[in-house]
Design a protein around this ligand. Structure first.
Ligand SMILES: Cc1cc2nc3c(=O)[nH]c(=O)nc-3n(C[C@H](O)[C@H](O)[C@H](O)COP(=O)(O)OP(=O)(O)OC[C@H]3O[C@@H](n4cnc5c(N)ncnc54)[C@H](O)[C@@H]3O)c2cc1C
Length: 302
């Protein structure tokens, strides 16, 4: 551990969480993964200075949100994991626009919008991600996606400059944006919604919650759909037709309830989850000639 760096980091962060050797399993929904050399959860105001400190010390930074689309290697993450979450999660409403700090949960944003009679975020109310992670992934469900509501994002560039980018500049596509490629850290997003009937918005969110609970294995840790939807197919159907329903590697398993989900039955390691992902890719490719691409992002050392 670099004591001088860590001391300066602690000083900068004050009361915000700042730890060395923090295990990542409690920060990701798969509940696996080894320790990060350093872990910090800054406020939005602190994020820039933390990034600058890391740059000065040559410490690599990995940004995470709610960890709901991540597989972290069992050997952990070198450098600093910066979580943009609690403490960076203010949401304000101004007319038809919602401005959310990147750490705000989509569920909180959707409920706040609903309470103000604003419609447009219903689709996202059950996605367990942060606004920053959702912008990066162009998260979507039930016919909605972030692209439809995102007006602009405020980002920190790799050089430490703040920029406001229109949604059109983010190359938003199916579970894709240019944010990781450009090395941007999302600080805030501005969403444009439209007036709606409060009760109707509430009804739609409840309906989507019911559908999610019915179809998805919510009782086990996972990262949602493990694979992207391949052109012209459904990943879950291909996996099922390849005879892989309930296929296991240790405690990692293809969900019996929804074959598109890999679940952690309790004691899975990231290595087991990764092996299972590769087995599924290979078998589906052999059977159907389609190579499934993981939607889940891998970070750290495996
Ligand atoms: C049960 C379950 C159901 C799910 N259902 C859906 C669904 O219906 N639709 C869907 O699209 N997804 C779904 N997901 C996946 C996941 O919730 C989304 O991809 C979500 O948008 C990820 O947000 P996050 O904050 O958890 O990001 P993380 O998983 O923490 O990170 C994802 C990526 O974003 C980057 N990132 C995160 N925050 C920032 C930031 N502030 N600045 C720069 N980069 C950042 C990370 O580096 C990483 O590359 C589901 C997951 C689970 C566990």
């Amino acid at each position: 551990m670099d004591g001088r760096f860590f001391g300066q980091l602690q000083e900068l962060l004050g009361d915000s969480p700042c730890l060395a050797g923090e295990r990542m399993d409690s920060h990701v929904t798969f509940r696996t993964g080894g320790p990060a050399d350093y872990y910090a959860r800054p406020s939005i105001r602190q994020a820039g200075p933390v990034a600058e400190l890391c740059r000065r010390h040559g410490i690599p930074v990995t940004v995470i949100g709610n960890g709901s689309n991540l597989l972290v290697g069992d050997r952990g993450v070198r450098g600093l994991v910066m979580e943009i979450g609690k403490g960076a999660d203010e949401v304000t409403v101004d007319g038809d626009c919602v401005t959310a700090q990147a750490g705000a949960l989509l569920s909180a944003v959707a409920h706040k919008a609903a309470s103000c009679g604003l419609s447009g975020m219903e689709f996202a109310s059950g996605i367990p991600g942060s606004v920053g992670g959702a912008a990066v992934m162009n998260a979507g469900a039930y016919g909605g996606e972030m692209r439809q509501v995102l007006e602009s994002v405020r980002v920190l560039t790799p050089e430490g400059k703040e920029r406001t980018l229109a949604a059109e500049e983010l190359e938003l596509g199916y579970r894709h944006s240019c944010i990781p490629k450009k090395g941007y850290l999302v600080l805030e997003a501005r969403l444009r919604l439209h007036p709606g009937e409060k009760e109707e918005i509430g009804r739609r969110m409840a309906e989507l919650r019911r559908m999610r609970n019915e179809k998805q294995p919510m009782e086990y840790p996972s990262a949602g759909s493990t694979f992207k939807r391949p052109e012209g197919h459904f990943a879950g159907k291909l996996i099922q037709d390849a005879g892989l329903r309930s296929y296991r590697v240790g405690d990692a398993q293809v969900s019996e309830k929804h074959c598109g989900f890999v679940i952690n039955r309790g004691r899975a390691t990231s290595a087991q989850i990764l092996q299972l992902i590769r087995d599924v890719q290979d078998k589906v490719e052999r059977e159907f000639g389609v190579r499934l691409e993981p939607e889940v992002k891998m970070i750290g050392e495996f």
